[in-house]
Design a protein around this ligand. Structure first.
Ligand code: GTQ
Ligand code: FE2
Length: 368
């Protein structure tokens, strides 16, 4: 029988012609499929990224030290410390497509203006007093808020208070890097606009439920709403659970699990074209049964305690903790007390590329 793989060929060194053929492939910059097929085309996703748990207490403590030792300014641009997935050694990537970082801004510090093709958001676990200026619009950052910085929007941040502030940044840096779509530009060295309005211009235009300004009838792929306020997110989640209490189980299917997606008010699609952002609330004692999807995600505990079970491994989580869930990993959730979770993922990319529409039989396959 003729060898079908390089390994087989090496095991039969007497076949000199074949050995020559493999040398020729190598010299010509060629690799045959049959030696690589199982890695290139596995039965189901085999991510190198692993499920991993970062404790907020650790992240925050190390960010405080960075605040003492590392200035923020032109060049480095941001005091942002990324979650580096242990399955992707040496890379500042939380998953193959997503960047997640804790960003720390000391009292009265300024992060200079720049713009990049990568899409970004900030999610605020705690604190207030920083304004991010997005394309000239001053946007307050407060506890529970989701703030958007769509690709190529100018942005700089400034802390107006005597206290430091830290938050979660999410970007599509690894995706942009894999696709070679990166562009970057420095803005002015000094941030001129130090205004501190309660509400951004974007909110005054767009943050009225179901009401669209007639000046904004053209759909935009990136949400024009720069800030999604906790007050609204909290009310939306509370509303779903109240309805459940009253016997209307439509929103939660009676599971004690309320959830919302942050959406672009012009299209109803995801707030950012490459990143899905959601908030979940589980009643005390509620569970979410195991699911999996072709998308990688990062979760952050906003409030409460509970557990993630990812590919059979139990991760006990508390306030601020972060968990990465690689593509096709099986994840279930358990709430100890009421558990509020922020989640972001690359699902919009998968959906736009139609990688999520495989036959149901595929879902039966195991990863391990
Ligand atoms: O705040 O502009 O975590 O440009 C990474 C890159 C934050 C930012 C990050 C960035 C920013
Ligand atoms: Fe940036």
């Amino acid at each position: 029988m003729r060898p079908v793989s390089a390994r087989d060929a090496a095991a039969e060194p007497q076949d000199l012609q074949l050995t020559e053929l493999y040398k020729e492939f190598d010299a010509l910059g060629l690799i045959p499929l049959w030696t690589e097929r199982e890695d290139l085309m596995p039965q189901s996703p085999q991510p190198a990224a692993v499920p991993h748990h970062w404790r907020w207490a650790d992240l925050y403590a190390t960010a405080v030290k960075a605040g003492e030792l590392v200035p923020v300014g032109r060049g480095g641009e941001r005091r942002a410390i990324s979650l580096a997935n242990p399955g992707l050694p040496g890379l500042p990537h939380a998953t193959p497509t997503l960047w997640a970082a804790i960003q720390y801004l000391g009292p009265h510090e300024v992060a200079p203006v720049h713009r990049h093709a990568q899409n970004a958001f900030r999610f605020v676990l705690e604190g207030e007093g920083v304004w991010t200026i997005v394309d000239g619009d001053a946007v307050a950052m407060r506890r529970g808020d989701l703030l958007l910085t769509p690709g190529w929007a100018w942005h700089g941040h400034h802390n107006t208070t005597d206290r430091p502030m830290a938050w979660l940044d999410g970007l599509d840096i690894p995706l942009s890097s894999a696709l070679n779509t990166e562009f970057f530009e420095f803005g002015p060295d000094t941030l001129k606009d130090r205004s501190t309005p309660e509400r951004s211009q974007a909110e005054r235009l767009w943050a009225h439920p179901g009401l669209r300004p007639l000046s904004g009838l053209a759909d935009t792929p990136k949400s024009p709403l720069a800030a999604y306020r906790w007050e609204h997110t909290d009310a939306a989640l509370a509303g779903q659970l109240e309805l459940e209490d009253e016997g209307h189980e439509g929103a939660t299917a009676g599971t004690g699990h309320a959830a919302i997606r942050f959406s672009n008010p012009t299209t109803g699609a995801d707030a950012l074209p490459t990143i899905r952002t959601e908030m979940h609330r589980l009643r005390a004692g509620a569970t979410v049964p195991a699911t999996r999807e072709v998308a990688s995600s990062v979760w952050q505990v906003f409030e409460g305690d509970g557990a993630f079970v990812v590919n059979g491994e139990r991760l006990d989580v508390t306030h601020g903790d972060l968990v990465t869930v690689p593509s096709w990993a099986e994840v279930s959730l358990e709430a100890t007390g009421q558990l509020d979770l922020f989640r972001f993922s690359d699902a919009p990319v998968m959906e736009k590329l139609h990688f999520t529409t495989l036959p149901a039989s595929v879902a039966e396959r195991t990863t391990r």
